[in-house]
Design a protein around this ligand. Structure first.
Ligand code: ZN
Length: 218
């Protein structure tokens, strides 16, 4: 990889609770980035990074899913409608785990449970209610309609991306890093080994280095 191709692995961060415990942004595309907001899934050390609507909005802004104006507007909505915002967080977590089940099955060539497909359809139908055909400068396009103050809008964006992505040939390029994070390996020789070569990769390399030193001296 060239140095410039690595720059997107160093995103600008927004500090939240603890500067050392930031929500992971790795994953390359929104659907995989969403899966990675849960660490150590199905273990006693499971860590969920999306606990509040504010967490969700900050993460959406950090991965550039939404712009600053949308973030600020939805932040106000979230503060005004606290219960509704908590409901959106529940939907996000359910959608994330549904997408995890689906992607896990697709990667391991296992049959997908009909419950998972039903859940995907339910949220996709909800998102599609806000899409309509319009003539644009680029021709006929599906565009979002009346979503400015919809608190679930960022989730609908992810669901639309997920649907388009999971029907594409790029599904075959999904990989799982040794740390458990998912990423999309679109390198020419399909030899990318880490979700983030600058952090995960260097940790792995230094661990291996110390293990080698230990085995020589010990
Ligand atoms: Zn990793």
């Amino acid at each position: 990889m060239t140095k410039s191709s690595l720059t997107h692995f160093i995103p600008q961060r927004i500090l939240r609770y603890a500067p050392t415990d930031l929500c992971p942004l790795d994953g390359d595309i929104p659907v995989l980035q969403l899966l990675n907001t849960c660490r150590n899934r199905d273990t006693a050390n499971t860590k969920n990074y999306i606990n509040t609507y504010e967490d969700f909005l900050t993460w959406c802004y950090e991965i550039r899913l939404i712009d600053q104006d949308t973030h600020n507007l939805l932040e106000i909505e979230g503060n005004c409608y606290v219960q509704e915002a908590a409901g959106i967080v529940n939907q996000v977590i359910l959608a994330r785990e549904m997408l995890y089940d689906l992607i896990y099955c697709l990667m391991s060539n296992e049959p997908v449970h009909h419950r998972v497909i039903e859940e995907f359809n339910t949220i996709n139908i909800e998102a599609n209610k806000h899409l309509r055909f319009e003539m644009t400068a680029y021709g006929l396009r599906k565009v979002w309609h009346n979503v400015d103050e919809e608190m679930a809008f960022p989730l609908w964006l992810i669901i639309k991306y997920a649907g388009d992505f999971l029907m594409s040939a790029d599904v075959q390029f999904i990989k799982k890093c040794h740390c458990g994070s998912f990423y999309l390996d679109k390198t020419k020789n399909r030899n990318r080994r880490y979700c983030n070569p600058l952090t995960c990769g260097s940790v792995r390399r230094s661990t291996k280095y110390y293990q080698r030193c230990f085995s020589v001296t010990g």
